[in-house]
Design a protein around this ligand. Structure first.
Ligand code: NAD
Length: 324
């Protein structure tokens, strides 16, 4: 059977990079990117989909004979706190719509990203296990914890092959983050390369699990490629990249930019971060589908700085600066 992939939320931090990897894997004509708005200069099939509209998802699935759906659309942790009930509605309604269309049209595989935001004070802070108690304190985390259970429900009840990863904070040079609690770890590199001071909204010792974009994308594709019988976790898999605090990133950056200045001005996002794990136990993902991260903080830092310098040199400086 030919694989035809639909990505919902394809313009976001992860979606824009994942779309390119899936195009390389399956061929341009077999990947349909979609989001609320079109993307300027996008090469390939693009459809406007508001995923709260089930009919629109169904229309595109039928039109392109879609066999896999990557459902990335969501309102993230920090942004979500501005309008909690709206966040719940959007995160849940879009997931229900994807699950229902997938069930009705026998979609082969569905990807639903969860997050370390599912954990709260009831989970151990260090090496948090896959099956830790989930008592998230943000509406985003609540929606992801519920979503994981719905993913498992559709698998158990209807045999729908939904797969999920709890991403840590994702760091990449390709795109900008969309309102999460770990966004500082992308912004800080932009500021370093632009030789500007950085105001950090977390405390200097706020250690959080993070992952480099390349690792996050590879994990997603490896999970989706794994044989069905190897997937034993149907809620969501923990995956670890590396854990670090703002102070540790600053130390790495100063090896390249010794004059880099940072002010710590913790805001409400520090409260969110304080309830999330410091580090993650990803042994279930390692055992079931061979997960292993490649990027440590040193490699992330040298790669981020090199790639961002190239980007700014090529003239995207104004555009990128505007987005910060
Ligand atoms: P993002 O905010 O950058 O992108 C989300 C995209 O979804 C945006 O392009 C937005 O326009 C789109 N969207 C929002 N509402 C929509 C709707 N109703 N219909 C269609 N599209 C809609 O997010 P991201 O960082 O790319 O995250 C992708 C997924 O990964 C999300 O589900 C997020 O919860 C999860 N995740 C991300 C991180 C991270 O660090 N980036 C960490 C953990 C989990």
């Amino acid at each position: 059977m030919k694989t035809v992939v639909l990505i919902i939320g394809a313009n976001g931090q992860l979606g824009s990079v994942l779309t390119e990897s899936l195009k390389q894997k399956f061929g341009n004509s077999n990947v349909i990117a979609s989001d609320l708005r079109s993307r300027e200069g996008y090469e390939g099939s693009f459809e406007i989909i508001d995923a709260t509209d089930i009919n629109r998802i169904e229309e595109v699935v039928v039109q392109y004979k879609v066999t896999q759906i990557y459902h990335l659309a969501a309102i993230l942790s920090a942004k979500g706190e501005e309008t909690p009930l709206r966040t719940w509605d959007i995160n849940m309604q879009t997931l229900f719509n994807v699950l229902e269309v997938s069930r009705k049209h026998n979609i082969d595989r569905v990807f639903f990203p969860s997050s370390i935001a599912v954990f709260g004070e009831g989970a151990p802070l260090e090496n948090t296990p896959n099956n830790a108690y989930l008592d998230p304190a943000t509406v985003y985390g609540i929606s992801k914890a519920a979503g994981e259970n719905w993913a498992q429900y559709y698998f158990l009840r209807y045999g729908l092959d939904v797969r999920s990863i709890r991403y840590p904070g994702v760091i990449g040079y390709q795109s900008l983050p969309g309102g999460g609690t770990t966004d500082y770890a992308v912004d800080i590199y932009h500021k370093a390369v632009l030789e500007q001071d950085f105001n950090c909204f977390l405390k200097e010792n706020a250690t959080l699990p993070m992952i480099f974009m390349e690792d996050a994308i590879r994990a997603t594709i490896e999970l989706m490629d794994a044989p069905k019988e190897d997937i034993h976790t149907r809620t969501s898999y923990n995956i670890a990249g590396i854990s670090f605090s703002p102070a540790e990133v600053v130390t790495e950056i100063r090896k390249l930019y010794p004059d880099f200045k940072v002010r710590y001005e913790p805001d409400f996002r520090q409260e969110i971060a304080a309830r999330w794990p410091n580090s993650i136990d990803d042994s279930a993902a390692a055992k079931d589908w061979g997960w292993k991260p490649k990027y440590d903080l040193k490699l992330i830092t040298t790669t981020m700085i090199q790639k961002l310098k190239e980007k700014y040199r090529k003239g995207s400086k104004n555009q990128a600066a505007l987005m910060l």
